[in-house]
Write a protein that binds this ligand. Structure first.
Ligand SMILES: [Zn+2]
Length: 263
C-alpha cells in the first residue's frame, strides 16, 4: 500500500497512490506517519484532566501506606512482640516440678508457725496520715487472704489484740535497701517480722506493687525460707507475681504437712 519512499527512485512513484497521503511531496509522508505514531500517546496524556492530579495522589497514598506500616511495625515491636516472646519463653521454660520444696529444704527442722491463729500487727511510718492507711492495708489484707486460703484451715490470720501481743509483725517503711525483707525475731517462739518498702518506684500501680512484695515476704514469714527458681512463682527472688502460684501453694502446703494436691 505504501508508495516506494526511496527518494533516489522518485521517478518510479505512482503519483495516484501518493496523493492519498500527502499533497506536499514524498519527504512529508514520513513526517505524517511518524507524527501519528509519536503524538497520539502524548495527546492522551495532555488531554486527560486527571493526569496532573494522579501522580500526586499516588504519592500521597504511598506515603500514607508507608506511615501506617511504620506505625504498625513500631507498635508491634514495642508492645506485642515483647509480651509474645515473654509468653513463649515462660511456656518453654516452665518447670517440670510441681513444687520447689527441694530447693528450700535445708535438712534441719522446718521453721514455720505451729499454731493455727496467727495474730498480726501493722507498723506504719511516723506521721503517716490515717486517711491513707487503707491504701496500705488493702493490698496487705489481700496478700494475707491469699496465703490463708491456700492453707485451708491450717492457719488463720487475725489482727493482734494489742501491740506486742503478735505472732507476725508487718512494717511499712520508707527506708530499706530492698523492696522487702523478712526475718525472725529472737526468742524461743516462732515470731517473724516483715518489712515492706513504700517508695518503690515501679511500673505497677502502688497497690499492686505492695501486694506483690507482701506475697513474697509473707511467703518467707510463713515458712518458705528460700526462693523458687522460676519467675512465675511469687517466691522467685525478684518478685513479679501478686498472688501465690500453684507451685508456691504446693510448697507451702508441704511445709505445713498438708497434701500438695492443688488445683
Ligand atoms: Zn525473698
Amino acid at each position: 500500500m505504501n508508495p516506494d519512499r526511496d527518494n533516489n527512485n522518485k521517478d518510479h512513484w505512482d503519483i495516484s497512490e501518493w496523493d492519498l497521503y500527502s499533497e506536499s511531496g514524498p519527504d512529508d509522508f514520513d513526517e505524517v506517519v511518524d507524527r501519528q505514531n509519536i503524538d497520539e500517546p502524548d495527546l492522551e496524556l495532555i488531554e486527560n484532566p486527571d493526569d496532573e492530579i494522579r501522580p500526586r495522589s499516588i504519592w500521597a497514598k504511598r506515603v500514607i501506606r508507608f506511615t501506617a506500616s511504620l506505625v504498625l511495625i513500631v507498635f508491634m515491636v514495642a508492645f506485642i512482640l515483647p509480651s509474645a516472646i515473654n509468653a513463649v519463653w515462660s511456656f518453654a521454660s516452665r518447670p517440670d516440678e510441681p513444687d520447689y520444696y527441694s530447693l528450700i529444704d535445708i535438712g534441719g527442722p522446718v521453721l514455720r508457725f505451729d499454731r493455727k491463729e496467727i495474730r498480726y500487727s501493722i507498723v506504719v511510718p511516723e506521721n503517716f496520715p490515717d486517711t491513707a492507711l487503707g491504701s496500705l492495708e488493702a493490698p496487705l489484707l489481700r496478700a494475707l487472704d491469699n496465703w490463708d486460703d491456700s492453707l485451708g484451715d491450717r492457719i488463720n490470720f487475725v489482727p493482734a489484740p494489742a501491740t506486742g501481743a503478735d505472732d507476725l509483725l508487718i512494717h511499712f517503711v520508707t527506708e530499706l535497701r530492698s523492696a522487702g525483707l523478712a526475718t525472725l525475731r529472737p526468742g524461743n517462739r516462732y515470731r517473724p517480722e516483715i518489712y515492706i518498702r513504700l517508695n518503690v518506684s515501679s511500673q505497677f500501680p502502688r497497690s499492686s506493687m505492695l501486694e506483690t512484695i507482701a506475697c513474697h515476704e509473707l511467703g518467707h514469714a510463713l515458712g518458705i525460707w528460700g526462693h523458687s527458681d522460676y519467675k512465675g512463682d511469687c517466691m522467685y527472688p525478684i518478685a513479679s507475681r501478686r498472688t501465690p502460684s500453684a507451685r508456691d501453694i504446693r510448697t507451702m502446703r508441704l511445709i505445713y504437712g498438708l497434701d500438695g494436691d492443688v488445683r
